[in-house]
Design a protein around this ligand. Structure first.
Ligand code: ATP
Ligand code: MG
Length: 588
């Protein structure tokens, strides 16, 4: 290919809203062009990289028996209603109708459609297992599309779905997909981690995410400093603490705490470790069908609520903040919320010595307790009465409390696997594999006849890769202040032959010769034959990030050319006749 003929509109300036290197360099390098918020065109260079990524994904998947299909981007709303996701998916789902009033959605993911397809054509256990995938457009009306290809509204995903007779076989395929994904991302030159992930309110028995490690990542990953445990913060678990602070022993009673409402204020008022304070977090939970309720989540005072865990614990789609008015209307006292109330035993005469009895607080709200509060004693919590707290609370005497894992794992917490110290790092989610079970096959009636002649719903797995997001993820990991540094396997061209001065006939003919040899050898090569200044061409080479440049310039008079490696801008000289051979060898 000839640079002079290619549409490569490199730019000096970055788009105003671009903050991430990948966004800046993909636009400035002429790879992509924004047409609307979260919607991008791929220009020739972007399309070449995209196709190479696609090819790697396809080669690896096909080699383990997956079959590529292509489903409609516009999908009937009816299927979404059947699965119950038409409402659940919320505002990200773009809904519309055609001229006859038939309702459709733009596919944000294709479980419903793929299940429908398998249900129609796969009817016997003899046809199982089967793994179908596509590499296709998706549309999600994201609330905040940003960072270029990282979070688009229209984007390209590889989405695969596997169908099995039973759980064991699904788990086998899940493990095969994990291995295959590892190969895919390794071939792209990525430094990544496979992490335990949140399976969401849609259930499923287990899921893993593939995270490209990068400061700019939107996901927080918890990693163990000692073993290989890593998990998305939304799913991270930890071991119980080794040492607990000394307990503030006290008799169960109400305590006057005027204006003392925050954990910090309570800590200094009572001189206790926050481990012994009950933190109450109120949220409005939204469920399917528009139903909502106030939920109080209780944790130890030294912990933070993990909202995804909290929402999953009650099967809510979303948690919203609650106003003081809403709390008061539900019989909750803001600032002094707590799970219990105490009363004096009225069977004996009331005096200062009469012991209190404890019971669940009466209020119009659901209560969920973090697991670390199971059997917690010597606790201090809000009394649900203005300006009062209750001390000496022993939660183990209460029956029927709902205990769930609600906490955000902290740095320095202990690893659930080995007890080592945990730490945080940032990642970009480029893949997600999911053990789905019968979540979709059941409601959509996708069934097969098993060996024993019984009709059963398919047991499914689902597997996604953010194909267009990968362009951004690769650049987040492979760039310098000058531009992109593409790993050779996915570079738009592996080599650019730069002719220093196209008015110099010798340079032109030597450059053309090297270009022809490389082409013949199957190297992906472009020749920069533009009538531009040499410095300008080299700037474009650095910005675009071809893996190598062969520079045919002034040294040609000594029979020499230069080979420049984009990664470190290191230069070596080569004899003009050997240059093509040399650079081709360097690519191996
Ligand atoms: P995220 O948490 O980043 O929104 P997700 O959990 O919604 O991702 P999945 O539904 O698992 O994503 O989709 C599979 C893959 O598609 C993701 O791993 C990610 O790489 C990619 N992806 C998801 N949303 C977008 C988007 N808005 N733009 C580009 N790629 C996306
Ligand atoms: Mg998302």
């Amino acid at each position: 290919m000839r640079f002079s003929k290619l549409l490569i509109p490199t730019l000096k300036e970055a788009p105003k809203d671009a903050v991430l290197p990948s966004h800046i360099f993909l636009v400035r390098g002429g790879f992509i062009h924004q047409v609307a918020s979260g919607i991008y065109d791929f220009l020739p260079l972007g399309k070449r990289v995209l196709d190479k990524i696609r090819t790697i994904v396809k080669e690896e998947l096909d080699s383990v028996g997956c079959q590529e299909v292509q489903l409609g981007f516009v999908t009937p709303a009816e299927l979404w209603k059947k699965s119950g996701r038409y409402e659940k998916y919320g505002a990200e789902l773009l809904r519309f109708s055609d001229r006859k009033g038939n309702e459709f959605v733009l596919g944000p993911t294709h479980e419903e459609m793929m299940v429908e397809l398998a249900g129609r054509f796969v009817s016997s256990y003899k046809q199982l297992p089967i793994n179908l995938y596509q590499i296709n457009l998706k549309f999600r009306d994201e609330a905040r599309p940003r960072f270029g290809l990282m979070r688009g509204r229209e984007f390209i995903m590889k989405d695969g779905y596997s169908f099995h007779t039973d759980r064991d076989d699904m788990v086998r395929e899940f493990e095969l997909m994990e291995k295959t994904y590892r190969r895919i991302f390794t071939r792209m030159g990525l430094d990544f981690r496979v992490v335990e992930a949140d399976s969401g309110a849609i259930g499923g028995e287990g899921s893993k995410e593939f995270m490209v490690l990068a400061e700019s990542g939107e996901d927080t990953i918890v990693i163990c400093q000692k073993c290989d445990y890593s998990a998305n913060i939304e799913a991270a678990k930890r071991a119980e603490p080794e040492n607990v602070p000394e307990a503030p022993e006290a008799r169960l009673m109400k305590f006057y705490t005027p204006e003392v409402t925050t954990i910090e204020e309570l800590e200094s008022f009572f001189h206790v470790d926050p481990f012994y304070l009950v933190k109450s977090v109120a949220k409005r939970a939204l469920y399917d069908g528009g139903r909502s309720e106030i939920v109080l989540f209780f944790l130890r005072g030294n912990e933070e609520l993990q909202e995804t865990k909290a929402a999953n614990s009650i099967g809510a789609n979303e948690l919203l903040d609650v106003s003081e008015e809403e709390l008061e209307a539900a019989g909750i006292v803001p600032g002094f919320m707590g799970p219990v109330e105490i009363k004096r035993d009225i069977s004996t005469q009331e005096s200062d010595d009469t012991p209190y009895v404890i019971q669940k607080a009466g209020m119009n709200a659901k209560m969920v307790f973090d697991e670390s509060l199971k059997n917690a004693s010597n606790m201090i919590c809000g009394a649900n009465v203005k300006d009062y707290h209750i001390v000496g609370v022993d939660l183990s005497v209460l029956k029927d409390l709902d205990f769930e894992d609600l906490v955000q794992v902290k740095k320095e917490d202990r690893c659930i696997k080995c007890g080592g110290k945990l730490d945080y790092t940032k990642g970009i989610e480029v893949g997600h594999i999911f053990q789905l079970g019968t979540r979709y096959s059941q409601p959509l009636g996708a069934r097969f006849l098993d060996k024993d002649g019984k009709s059963k719903p398919f047991v499914m797995g689902t597997y996604g890769i953010g194909v267009s997001r990968l362009l951004a993820a690769v650049i987040e990991q492979h760039h310098d202040e000058r531009g992109c540094i593409w790993p050779s396997g996915i570079a738009p061209f592996e080599v650019v032959v730069v002719i220093g001065n196209i008015k110099d006939e010798n340079q032109v003919s030597a450059g053309e010769k090297i270009y022809e040899i490389l082409k013949k050898r199957g190297v992906d090569v472009v020749i920069d034959d533009r009538p531009e200044r040499f410095g300008f061409k080299m700037k474009d080479f650095e910005l675009i990030g071809f893996t190598y440049a062969v520079v045919v310039g002034k040294k040609l008079s000594d029979g020499k050319v230069e080979i420049v490696k984009r990664a470190d801008l290191g230069r070596i000289e080569a004899d003009v006749d050997e240059a093509a051979q040399k650079v081709a060898d360097m690519l191996l």
